[in-house]
Design a protein around this ligand. Sequence first.
Ligand SMILES: Nc1nc2c(ncn2[C@@H]2O[C@H](COP(=O)(O)OP(=O)(O)OP(=O)(O)O)[C@@H](O)[C@H]2O)c(=O)[nH]1
Ligand SMILES: [Mg+2]
Length: 281
Amino acid sequence: MTIQWFPGHMLATENLLKNEICKTDAIMEILDARLPISSANPFVDRICKNKFRLKVLNKTDLADPQQTPLWLEYFEEKLIPAVSTCGTHPSHVLYALNGCLDRTIRNTARKLKILVLGIPNTGKSTILNTLSGKKIAKTGNTPAITRHQQRTSLPNNIDIYDTPGILSPVIEPVEKAYILAASGAISDTAFDYGDVAVFAAAMLIRRYPHLLIERYPFIGNVPDDPVILIEKIGAGRGCLKKRGVIDYQKASEILIRELRAGKIGKISFETPKDYENDNKA
Ligand SMILES: Nc1nc2c(ncn2[C@@H]2O[C@H](COP(=O)(O)OP(=O)(O)OP(=O)(O)O)[C@@H](O)[C@H]2O)c(=O)[nH]1
Ligand SMILES: [Mg+2]
């Protein structure tokens, strides 16, 4: 099933960015470290062509610690500037900001303008707050918290702009939409938890069976079938309807919410190895 979610403020943000980009010195593109490919918006590639752009793989504390360094190597090989951060960690975000400043030619006659861009819920506003040392921007664990661009002045004549998260109007292929939905980048109103849970369960069975056993010891062996895994989780967590029928929807929601919150463990939805294999053909 295709998933689409493109509320009006995203189109307004795209139009704003098209006008603003020429007045911008550098861009911090905030990605989700668990999904560095799927959390990149092709619109950002298109409009940022002639500007210095740093890819910031945020939420590293939730990502598989083996995969994030591999992603950084992957980007380095392709000569794409990238760093990884935890958005609430001042030294991490300062390192990212300096990564931008080091590569940006300054026009001392005016303030340096840095745009913070990305899809929803990757931690843009959190990074801005950590950089400024104050809670300037509203943050929250649902997508589309920020609805308007917001400027903050930093020391050394720097203006930094937080922007609303933007997605593509059409998210393709469907696997990408499922990854985005599972990560929390798409509003819950735009997809079915059951579908996304099957996708997520299949990924967990393939890559992180040991974490499934640790989190849900009552499942016994990890089944090959994602639907059976979800049913077992539902049974173990008491998600039952009348006459003992498993509440599949509730079980799906539990799996997705615990996956997003890092309760199952540190998990990456994408690995450079799988990505390269999938794109070899
Ligand atoms: N675990 C973890 N959570 C983070 C990190 N950075 C941000 N968050 C959380 O992620 C959620 C989204 O953060 P926001 O800063 O609101 O994200 P945003 O990109 O501004 O989202 P929109 O405004 O909706 O586009 C919040 O609950 C943050 O506390 C991080 O590095 N690690
Ligand atoms: Mg925000």
